[in-house]
Design a protein around this ligand. Sequence first.
Ligand code: ADP
Length: 331
Amino acid sequence: MQKTIFSGVKPTGKPHIGNYFGAMKQFVALQNGRSDPDASAGVNYFMIADYHALNLIQNAKEMRELSLDVAIDFLAIGLDPKKSIIFKQSDVPEHTELTWIFDTITTVPYLKRAHAYKDALAKSGEESINVGTFNYPMLMASDILLYDTDIVPVGQDQKQHIESARDTAEKFNRIFGGSTSLTTGEIFKLPEAYILKDVETVPGTDGRKMSKSYDNTISLFASDDEIEKAVMSIVTDSKAKYPENVFYIHKLFRPTKELDKIYEENKGKYKVVKEILIEDLKNFIRPLRERKGEIAKDLGYVNKVLEEGKEKAKLVASKKMRQVKKAIGVI
Ligand code: ADP
């Protein structure tokens, strides 16, 4: 059966290996039909979530550069515009239009239960949380639901947002599904999160979740110097059998069995195992970095990919929006 895949990345800074192993690697695998054989013939959408990023990036030059950079990154990791629709969220106004409609069927307490909101609340207090951050799950529900998405490959931190998209789809279908003679039954499909257990939360150099906002990342396109610096800064715990944070990141590159042997042989020698990890990271990152460099030389091509993605995404989104508008009775 054909399946539709949808996911996005916010242009808020350099992507890191947590983004890659937690989500972006699955984008490519699903695109190529490797992770889910059923999905091979479906449509794949990969979005640069610039309106989501606007909650954080409020500088035009930065926004432009970071957005283009995500497009380059998508191509560098192996997303193929012949197989996938790569587009910018702001290029398809239906996303924000549908968000408003979802706002009208969603309660404030429901959104207050979102982890992202609770985290922001704990960090900075209600007064400094903007409405965009509060409303984030509704924009994300619109992103996913506009395209009749089946599968959303993401990291664990996004699980609740996919559940919000499902809840919102169910609620909309219940309220408006059979309400006019023009539309019957379901308008929105219920999406499912696709989260790989082993990499659902990749830890950063300090052992917390790797995240752009914690300054604990290993960048996906890091230079050799940056790799060395990041790995040497990984916090080690002398009480554990192995230096856990190093081991976990290392597991992304070698099978556990092989690592057990290496770490057993080098017990207590943190510098040695870190050096092995540095080599593995360099070997993994170098070709990606070179590919990114090549793609960045031809921005005309990158912009053309985005232009084509925009047209394709718009076609689907505007059709769905017409259906929604009929269902709510504005046309
Ligand atoms: P970030 O969370 O770094 O700000 P995004 O929100 O753009 O970046 O995340 C892009 C994708 O990467 C999402 O699917 C998210 O769940 C995933 N992701 C982010 N950090 C991690 C991590 N440490 N481990 C696994 N997946 C992650």
